[in-house]
Design a protein around this ligand. Structure first.
Ligand SMILES: Nc1ncnc2c1ncn2[C@@H]1O[C@H](COP(=O)(O)OP(=O)(O)OP(=O)(O)O)[C@@H](O)[C@H]1O
Length: 310
């Protein structure tokens, strides 16, 4: 449905998007995960035809939308990070107003607002003024505006930043409902747990480049990260951390507090049992351990040496 090929965007001398390629199939929920400044907003703004790339191609159903943006505009719903609503109007009136811009009126807009308010889960507050809404409810109306013209592809730019957990769950549910209607979603976030929960495929972006992509399982498999072990000791970890770092198979040590750390291993033939035996043998004062399953945060940490939210 959408194919992005070696896309590049510069702001002056600075390259914000550096030759990325990605694709989205019909009805697929695809995540674009990366820390602040990775280039996610710049990428999706180009897909939404808000500005042109310096080079590269964006094809929508085979047509080049860099040359001819009108091809995609009726079929794309872009939900920006910034809330763009009229505070003194109700949620209903806002949807009606933006619907009119798409040429919807009368029965058509009424039915559309009814359908969309179910998708965004905000039917009971629709008649209240937007100024009385929480940040999360405003965000949900903002998403509703992006759905008014029945797009085939919806692009959401970090829709859950700074909102309450209830609205966050509603937004994640909204994405699932869109998927069940066969609508494709490109979802950007720096919250790996959201991307893990709703996306079928994930692109991990950093410094303007896609550094890994695939299903969550494939990304974990490719990165060869083993599950970690959270260890608790009776003596301060500072006394033993150097010895643990020196163990051949330990690739990562994360100190949690004075007595706790997480270690990860390369997986070169070592098992949790081997590591525990070695810790016992060195008289480390180990009190307890807990196996930690790897996640996308660790994939990112492994590939870049930094956390997604550093
Ligand atoms: N208009 C601009 N002029 C100059 N530099 C810009 C401009 N817009 C973005 N940048 C820079 O380009 C880089 C990528 O920004 P972008 O907003 O695309 O990243 P992002 O991954 O969406 O991050 P965030 O989560 O903070 O929105 C950043 O270093 C940013 O400072």
């Amino acid at each position: 449905m959408l194919e992005v090929k070696t896309l590049k965007k510069k702001y002056g001398e600075f390259t914000a998007v550096d030759g990325i390629s990605l694709h989205i199939n019909k009805g697929e929920v695809v995540g674009l995960l990366g820390p602040n400044g990775a280039g996610k907003s710049t990428t999706i703004s180009m897909i939404a035809t808000l500005f042109k790339p310096n080079s590269g191609e964006i094809l929508f159903e085979g047509e080049n939308i860099v040359k001819n943006p009108k091809v995609i505009q009726p079929f794309i719903g872009y939900v920006p990070q910034e809330i763009a609503l009229y505070e003194t109007l109700s949620g209903y009136e806002n949807l009606k107003y933006f619907g009119a811009l798409y040429g919807l009126s009368g029965k058509a807009i009424k039915e559309q607002i009814q359908r969309i308010s179910k998708i965004i889960g905000i039917e009971d507050r629709l008649k209240d003024r937007v100024s009385t809404y929480s940040g999360g409810m405003k965000r949900r109306i903002n998403i509703g505006v992006g759905l008014l013209h029945n797009p085939k592809l919806v692009i959401m730019d970090e829709p859950t930043v700074g909102i309450d957990p209830q609205s966050r769950n509603h937004i994640l549910e909204t994405v699932n409902k869109l998927k069940s209607e066969g609508i494709s979603v490109l979802y950007t976030s720096h919250y790996m747990e959201e991307v893990e929960a709703i996306c079928e495929r994930i692109y991990i972006m950093d410094h303007g480049k896609i550094i890994a992509d695939g299903t969550q399982e494939a990304l974990l498999e490719q990165s060869k990260i083993q599950s970690g072990m959270k260890l608790k000791f009776e003596k301060p970890v500072a006394q033993i951390v150097d010895q643990i770092k020196a163990m051949a198979w330990v690739t990562q040590v994360q100190i949690l507090d004075e007595y706790e750390m997480i270690i990860r291993s390369s997986g070169n033939g070592s098992s949790h049992k081997d590591i525990l035996n070695a810790l016992m043998a060195m008289n480390s004062g180990l009190i307890s351990f807990d196996i930690q399953k790897p996640d996308l945060e660790q994939v990112f940490l492994h590939m870049t040496g930094r956390g997604l939210r550093d």
